[in-house]
Design a protein. Structure first.
Length: 127
């Protein structure tokens, strides 16, 4: 039996899929205020079988105002729930579910407002 290709990196897939909402990445830049709005994606766990990777992923929106952070976070949620999402050359999100809903989180910089949610996307390898 041939080895399977690795699953796509959920952080890369979601960063590409959510790029229309602002800058994206798995780490905040040191000068985050200059890059707002910013959507940070981080894998926090999950499981996989031979066909599907089902990670847990935190998606945090950082913005200049509370209203903007919430607005973008709600749009991100609808985008993820609307699947499937095909990211050419990276991977496919068949579907996603919200595991922990939208909530305000503090950032060390008081000029930055953040809204966080945890999702469970189902990812497939590109064929």
């Amino acid at each position: 039996m041939a080895d399977l290709a690795p699953f796509p990196d959920v952080e890369d897939v979601l960063a590409d899929a959510l790029a229309g909402f602002g800058e994206t990445g798995s780490e905040y830049p040191a000068d985050l205020e200059a890059h707002l709005p910013f959507v940070r994606i981080r894998r926090t766990g999950g499981d996989d079988d031979r066909r599907t990777d089902r990670p847990l992923a935190d998606v945090e929106v950082a913005a200049a105002t509370r209203a903007q952070a919430w607005e973008i976070a709600r749009q991100v949620q609808q985008r993820l729930l609307s699947g499937p999402i095909r990211v050419p050359g990276v991977g496919i999100v068949d579907r996603a579910s919200t595991q922990v809903g939208l909530r305000h989180v503090l950032h060390e910089n008081p000029n930055i407002r953040c809204v966080l949610a945890t999702y469970r996307p189902s990812l497939r390898r590109l064929t």
